[in-house]
Design a protein around this ligand. Structure first.
Ligand code: ADP
Ligand code: MG
Length: 701
């Protein structure tokens, strides 16, 4: 017989074979024994509790009963054939029913014997039965699966279940692999780290995650495996960062010259906040090092990220370079272009814009000017990344609303120059710390945690449908004072049609409440052409309409300082960060601003928590943390495509401490042994060299 190793394909495991192997690969991406071993249960069932038959209740999920088989018969014909057995304890009896595997049941379930029966009870005509229960002989044998107090539950799929690879089936395979190959499992973490954090070995962790002796063993295994998972992500990220710093020289911005000074002293219409000053300084220090900068600027809506970006671009110009700024949508790019040109007041830099709607003629001219170095700052959309766009000497790229751009796009911008430009990434709204550390763990982070002084906090209220007339009354009052109002409807892809209906009904209601010619309403939604959208936006921006009814297309970046009221319809259907972003559209002018959250009367617990949170706080950092707790990292805007977040065990909402520990550990290791040359770190070096993503050590000169 051949000897399997952990790398052997799963097909050769007893009871698998080609068909199931194919399914395991397709459905669960399990190719080898090792993959299976690293396929962990997603929960455990407590098997310490035994129920008496007279305690059964249909509300119980799974129960465990100890009883004797007191009857067994096969009834029905053909496909209705089934085996019905009676299980009896001292308090009563129930039926056990099997429709499949009849031969096995016939041979293995014996009248008179005592079993531990496990399954979900259902009630019929006042008596209970369990279909397809699991049976274990009693007392339990002393194997790894025997005496299991916590029974693992594995995710399976319909297809796999058809081939008996339900949770129990997968557990059987795990048993085989563990019995055969657990001794072969190699340690993946250096011993001194295990010692330091008092973590169990890899072998022990794998055994206990699949077959926990008790809760303590399970916790120990989870902690070790979560640590490992986060540790290696951080190792990869920080290693990549280090390699980048070794490999790529950066443009050196030595001088603070005329552009920055004039802007700061003569043009800037306000005093920078302390946080803005600090971040500008961080960027200045970073761009003097001669190393390429990769920095994330986090700041709440309205914290003034644009000025920080602009000053960084002026710094590039002062040093003889060009800069560009990329936004995810045309509307946003245009807004940036306008705020930058108006901030600069026609002085200090030549600014241009490039988007999908730039005409061919304009483009040709623009390309020329760009290559000749006549344009200092180029603002635009994805169009900037195209190969045709060539700069004379691009030294700084600002990416706004990063989460909409992939890592690949970031990399593409890099390659625009022999010496890659500095990269400044700005998030639209704050993201939780753990998420930032994981998604952007290879970047340096600056935080603008202060709003400009004198800004009046937005007042947020939650109104129920029954209070709608109050809302209309409030709108009328504010409009009479000269203010403008946004009314936003949710747009959820699956039911776009329904959403549009809501919007149309809303518009109708608005037109009735706010008739022409006294009132003008603008409407913007995703199904309109860009030109129409632009036209309607423009009417609102110019104050020709007082009300803007929109779907979430206005979510990002729109800046109309006179609009001081944000009404969000069906607010319970929005996620927290989205609500916060929408609210950030108001509160940009001198007037007191309001956000009104309209909802139905019935709210889920989560829905209520979201709305309460919005009413309670304006702090985006706080909101993002609650959002993460509620939804988990996969659902936070824009993180979906990120492979980094396909974590097996660790949970960024609850494992902050482990993540921080793992990251600190990596930082310490790389500080003490940057090239991982010490023998005790050889495992880590091997790990990195095996990965194709990073840049291997041997390529470093
Ligand atoms: P965000 O961080 O959301 O991108 P912006 O950069 O658009 O914020 O800034 C929001 C508004 O605040 C803009 O009108 C901007 O001119 C203004 N602003 C920025 N910094 C300050 C400051 N230090 N003092 C006063 N107003 C500021
Ligand atoms: Mg912004």
């Amino acid at each position: 017989m051949f000897a399997a190793t952990l790398d052997t394909t799963i097909e050769y495991l007893k009871g698998v074979g080609p068909k199931r192997a194919e399914l395991l690969q397709k459905e669960l991406r399990i190719f080898t024994y090792d993959d299976l071993l690293n396929y962990f249960p997603f929960r455990y069932i407590d098997r310490t509790r035994f129920y008496k038959i007279n305690e059964l209740d249909t509300d119980l999920p799974y129960v465990q009963i100890l009883g004797r088989i007191t009857g067994k018969e096969q009834i029905g014909e053909k496909h209705k054939k089934r085996i019905v057995a009676r299980l009896t304890d001292e308090t009563g009896s129930i039926e056990l029913v099997w429709f499949q595997s009849l031969k096995w049941v016939d041979e293995n379930v014996s009248r008179g014997k005592v079993y531990i029966v496990f399954g979900k009870p259902t009630a019929f005509n006042g008596s209970f039965s369990i279909s397809h229960p699991e049976l274990e002989s009693y007392p339990r044998p002393a194997t790894i699966t025997g005496n299991l107090r916590l029974q693992p539950v594995y995710n399976s799929t319909e297809k796999l279940k058809k081939f008996f690879l339900d949770s129990k089936g997968i557990q059987k395979l795990q048993t085989l692999v563990i019995e055969q190959l657990l001794p072969e499992v190699r340690e993946s973490m250096p011993a001194y780290i295990l010692d330091k954090y008092q973590m169990v070995t890899k072998k022990e962790a794998l055994l206990s995650i699949h077959f926990p002796r008790d809760v303590k063993a399970l916790k120990g295994a989870e902690r070790r495996l979560k640590f490992e998972e986060l540790f290696f992500i951080q190792l990869q990220l920080l290693h990549n960062k280090q390699i980048r710093e070794w490999k790529f020289k950066g443009h050196q911005f030595n001088a603070v010259g005329e552009a920055v000074n004039t802007f700061y002293k003569e043009i800037l219409p306000f005093e920078l906040t302390g946080a803005q000053k600090r971040v500008v300084k961080e960027i200045r220090m970073d761009t003097q090092r001669g190393i390429q900068m990769n920095r994330l600027v986090q700041g709440d809506v309205g914290s003034g990220k644009t000025v920080v970006a602009l000053m960084s671009m002026l710094l590039a110009i002062d040093n003889g370079y060009q800069a560009c700024m990329m936004a995810p949508t045309e509307i946003l790019a245009r807004q940036h272009y306008e705020s930058i040109t108006s901030l600069l007041d026609g002085r200090l830099a030549k600014v241009a814009i490039l988007t999908g709607s730039t005409t061919k003629k304009q483009r040709t001219k623009l390309h020329e000017e760009l290559e000749a170095g006549e344009i200092d700052i180029l603002v635009g959309t994805h169009a900037l990344i195209e190969d045709k766009v060539v700069f004379k000497n691009l030294a700084l790229v600002v990416i706004d609303e990063q989460h909409r751009f992939g890592v690949e796009q970031r990399a593409k911008l890099w390659r625009k120059n022999a010496v890659p430009p500095h990269i400044l990434v700005m998030t639209a709204t704050p993201i939780p710390r753990t998420l930032a550390m994981t998604l952007y763990g290879d970047l340096d982070v600056s935080v603008i945690d202060e709003l400009p002084v004198g800004r009046k906090p937005i007042e947020t209220r939650h109104l129920y449908e029954g209070q709608r007339l109050r809302m209309f009354g409030f709108m009328k009052n504010e409009i009479a004072k000269g203010r403008q109002v946004y009314v936003v409807y949710p747009l959820i892809k699956e039911s776009e049609k329904l959403d549009l209906l809501h919007l149309e009904a809303g518009v109708e209601q608005m037109s009735y409440q706010f008739p022409r010619p006294d009132y003008q309403i603008s409407i913007v939604h995703g199904k309109m052409s860009n030109a129409d959208k632009q036209f309607e936006m423009q009417r609102f921006i110019e104050g020709k309409s007082q009300i803007m009814v929109a779907t979430t297309v206005i979510e990002v970046g729109v800046n109309v300082p006179n609009a001081s009221i944000m009404i969000i319809e069906n607010a319970e259907r929005f996620g927290l960060s989205q609500l916060h972003q929408l609210r950030g559209r108001v509160g940009r002018g001198a007037e007191q601003s309001y956000c009104i959250l309209m909802s139905g009367n019935k709210l889920s617990a989560d829905g209520r928590l979201r709305l309460d949170t919005m009413v309670k706080t304006n702090n985006g950092f706080e909101i993002s943390e609650i959002d993460l707790q509620l939804r988990g990292p996969g659902d936070i805007t824009g993180t979906q495509q990120s492979g980094v977040l396909e974590l097996k065990l660790a949970d960024l909402a609850t494992d902050q401490l482990i993540l921080q520990e793992a990251r600190n550990t990596v930082i310490n290791i790389l500080e003490g042994d940057p090239k991982l040359e010490l023998p005790e770190n050889s495992l880590l070096k091997t790990y990195l060299n095996k990965r194709s993503i990073g840049i291997a050590f041997d390529k470093i000169s």
